[in-house]
Write a protein that binds this ligand. Structure first.
Ligand SMILES: Nc1nc2c(c(=O)[nH]1)N[C@H]1C(S)=C(S)[C@@H](COP(=O)(O)OP(=O)(O)OC[C@H]3O[C@@H](n4cnc5c(=O)[nH]c(N)nc54)[C@H](O)[C@@H]3O)O[C@H]1N2
Ligand SMILES: Nc1nc2c(c(=O)[nH]1)N[C@H]1C(S)=C(S)[C@@H](COP(=O)(O)OP(=O)(O)OC[C@H]3O[C@@H](n4cnc5c(=O)[nH]c(N)nc54)[C@H](O)[C@@H]3O)O[C@H]1N2
Ligand code: SF4
Ligand SMILES: [Mo]
Length: 695
């Protein structure tokens, strides 16, 4: 073949960023030949990625070219939820949507509040997330959305204690001598952190996993403390008790760089290992041994580190638990070492120019109400009232699958099924949420659009270049909102910004954009041991063990154990605690429809301890009924020791329509909120489980 006349082109590698809600934010290298993405792999030049992706995203090409990809705008023809649609043109869809939203907005100066955007982290991209969308809804005067569904309890707790979402740099875990992996199944949910933990382990570090479930990570740690869900603050406080009793304390650090130590000390002395052990459902000796490991290593000058994760804050007292744990490093002066301290999230390190991206100034003097995304089930069913404002009449969903992921799904479904609700869903696939849409609009995937990313696990900025043209007639979220803005007559300049312009605006001059264009990533300048000498970004500059800000609100200024809303033992009818952590091969409800990954997961399962199964006459691998006052859910049981007695684990957020009765585990979870951050309490949920006739 003559190379000069051939239309074949040599494969090219296009550098991008993984869009998913995962702390690792990997740098991707997509191989493209003749306009087709043939392989997505980890960029070896990016140190955090180290050339390795998780199983899920190494299947990203399979997801992108999936035969079920939404390719054209679709309009509903059947009843809500039936999934019956017909193809329409972009122009017809966008004009009708603009008309419907416009009619609501024009009714009165505040009527646009009847419109609600609903989005989360389907993509973590700053451009395809809340940039053009934010501008559009601000200009419209729509209700604001409180994006609480994942991390806001922990975020508020960190902010109150350390001053922000800041902590250890993840790469230094490789040099730690003791690592507590607290509320995280790192092998499944942050495999690149786990790599550092493995390096530390090879160099002699001890790894301790603190998790009600015997997770894949717990299997690989030296020790596993299987406490009851929602009892982490009690454990942390009694660790403090032991540290105080044995004087495993860094008095200089405490004097110089903490606020309220005397008060916290008095609080901790109320939590003997015996008292905490009874609350946590473990042995007092486990607490003593844990405190001994932590205290003596630190006193011997060894770096001790805590990898906390969001798993432990999805309960009533989640904020208090994060506050208690975030205080621990200061007791022993662990922050003095780059490989000591705690990491929950690093996202506070990024100088994102949110105002430039989202343009809240477009609200002008309007102050729309806020709706909490975690109580969408409740709020969609609320009538207009003085305190609530107008009923929600229109919903625009993007980057999220609320019908599957939001708690108390029977309420969520009832809300989405309202015939008088106008719902638009921007999606890649016909998800459970898309089934309830009036219009489904096909969105591009990460391989098809520009974006720029921060991370909550490391401190690099990443750029995502499009590797291929949009599949079918899909458009980037930004383009969809740009075109809607045009049809609504929004004339401000910001509505014509293209995606590369928005990429540049995300960090302004604070990140060298030419470097980003060249390399695909740029490292922020973050100190190796940022809090070695205090310098916490709190108002006092110290680690705020006692929070004057909380106290001024009439709340407890110190961290304490706040029992679950649905504490084990509080109900005879529902005697088991259920947690529902992520499945390893899905990302929340994303990838559930990717065959090769679903085949690994098999089907929705409930893990149960053999003792709990025996007393209920439940047979291995049978179908069980799990129920509480909110609902009933059936799935297959897996009787094994991953579940501790008294606690059952319903893994993964499956698509409802792939479940036994067309529902998933969120049929059982509640809309009650956490002590801080108004977050959901997915893992604070009592149930009963019954054997079912064999099928
Ligand atoms: N493979 C995969 N990776 C993911 C996700 C996914 O769905 N799949 N989801 C992503 C998202 S959105 C997030 S927010 C992060 C979450 O990241 P993490 O918070 O690290 O989530 P998990 O790794 O699932 O860890 C949660 C662990 O907390 C445990 N847990 C539950 N209740 C308690 C408790 O009360 N106390 C303690 N100590 N532990 C508890 C669970 O058993 C589970 O093992 O992961 C991200 N990464
Ligand atoms: N029971 C239980 N429920 C949970 C959890 C749990 O542990 N247990 N975890 C909770 C947590 S931590 C979280 S973060 C939430 C997650 O909830 P969501 O943020 O809703 O996450 P996903 O389920 O992954 O759904 C994201 C959707 O966005 C779509 N998407 C991805 N990229 C784009 C894009 O560029 N454009 C458009 N338009 N769409 C896109 C995907 O196709 C996918 O359907 O779920 C929560 N729900
Ligand atoms: S999901 Fe996480 S581990 Fe997997 S490729 Fe994306 S950032 Fe990396
Ligand atoms: Mo999350």
């Amino acid at each position: 073949m003559n190379p000069f006349t051939s239309s074949e082109s040599a494969p090219q590698a296009v550098i991008g960023a993984c869009p998913h809600d995962c702390p690792d934010t990997c740098s991707l290298s997509t191989t493209v030949a003749n306009g087709v993405a043939t392989k997505v792999s980890g960029n070896p030049a990016h140190a955090h990625t180290a050339g390795v992706l998780c199983t899920k995203v190494s299947r990203y090409a399979e997801r992108t070219y999936h035969p079920d990809r939404l390719l054209y705008p679709m309009k509903r023809t059947g009843p809500k939820g039936s999934g019956q649609f017909e193809r329409v043109s972009w122009d017809a869809a966008l004009s009708d949507i603009a008309d419907r939203l416009g009619r609501i907005a024009l009714r009165s100066p505040t009527s646009a509040q009847a419109i609600l955007p609903y989005s989360y982290a389907g993509t973590m991209g700053l451009v395809q997330g809340e940039s053009m969308a934010g501008r559009f809804f601000h200009r419209l005067g729509a209700s604001l959305l409180e994006r609480t569904i994942c991390a806001s309890a922990g975020a508020e707790a960190l902010e109150l204690t350390l001053g922000g979402k800041v902590g250890m740099r993840v790469e230094f875990f490789a040099e730690s001598k003791l690592i507590l992996i607290w509320g995280s199944n790192a092998i499944a949910s942050s495999v690149h952190f786990w790599r550092h933990a493995q390096t530390a382990k090879r160099n002699g570090a001890k790894l301790i996993c603190i998790d009600p479930r015997r997770s894949e990570t717990a299997d690989k740690c030296h020790e596993h403390i299987a406490l009851l869900p929602g009892t982490d603050a009690a454990l942390a406080l009694s660790m403090m008790y032991e540290l105080i009793l044995n004087n495993w304390l860094d008095h200089d650090y405490l004097n110089l760089y903490t606020e309220g130590w005397d008060l916290l000390r008095a609080r901790a002395m109320q939590w003997s290992p015996e008292r905490s052990a009874a609350v946590c459902g473990i042995e007092p000796e486990q607490i003593r041994a844990l405190a001994r490991d932590y205290g003596t290593n630190a006193m011997n000058g060894q770096p001790v580190a805590i990898r906390m994760n969001y798993g432990l804050q999805r309960v009533h007292g989640g904020g208090n638990a994060v506050r208690a744990i975030a205080c621990l490093p200061a007791l022993v002066g662990a922050w003095r070492h780059p490989a000591g301290g705690v990491l929950l999230s690093s996202s506070g390190s990024f100088p994102v120019d949110k105002a430039a991206l989202q343009r809240p100034d477009l609200l002008a003097s309007r102050r729309p109400r806020s709706i909490n995304m975690s109580t969408i089930g409740h709020d969609l069913l609320r009538p207009a009232s003085e305190s609530f404002g107008p009923a929600i009449e229109a919903l625009v969903v993007y980057n999220s699958n609320p019908v599957a992921v939001a708690p108390d799904s029977s309420k969520v479904v009832q809300g989405f099924a309202r015939e008088d609700l106008f719902t638009v869903v921007l999606e890649h696939f016909q998800t459970d949420t898309a089934d309830y849409a009036d219009y489904v609009l096909p969105a591009t995937t990460q391989l098809e659009h520009w974006d720029v990313h921060m991370s909550y696990g490391h401190t690099d900025v990443l750029l995502n270049r499009p590797a291929i043209s949009p599949v079918g007639d899909a458009k980037p979220n930004t383009e969809i909102f740009r075109e809607l803005a045009m049809r609504m007559g929004f004339a401000e300049d910001c509505f014509v910004d293209d995606d590369q312009t928005i990429c540049r605006a995300a960090f302004g001059l604070r990140v060298n954009f030419d470097g980003l264009l060249r390399d695909g990533f740029a490292t922020l300048d973050v100190a190796e041991a940022p809090f070695a000498q205090g310098n916490f970004p709190t108002p006092s500059g110290k680690c705020e063990m006692f929070s004057a800000r909380l106290a001024s609100l009439g709340r407890d200024g110190l961290p304490d154990h706040v029992p679950n809303h649905e504490a084990l033992g509080s109900s005879r009818q529902f005697p088991l605690a259920m947690i529902s952590p992520p499945a390893r091969n899905f990302l929340n409800s994303t990838f559930v429809n990717v065959r090769s990954l679903r085949d690994i997961e098999g089907e929705p399962k409930l893990e149960m301890h053999p003792d709990d199964a025996r007393v209920r006459g439940i047979l291995p691998n049978s179908i069980v009924k799990i129920y509480n006052a909110r609902g009933t859910y059936r799935c297959r049981v897996s009787i094994n020791l991953r579940a501790r007695p008294g606690v059952v684990n319903g893994l993964g957020v499956w698509w409802r329509k792939l479940g036994v009765d067309g529902c998933n585990v969120n049929e059982l979870t509640s809309q009650r909120l956490t002590d801080m951050g108004k977050a959901p309490t997915f893992y604070d949920c009592l149930v009963e489980v019954e054997a079912q006739p064999l099928i």
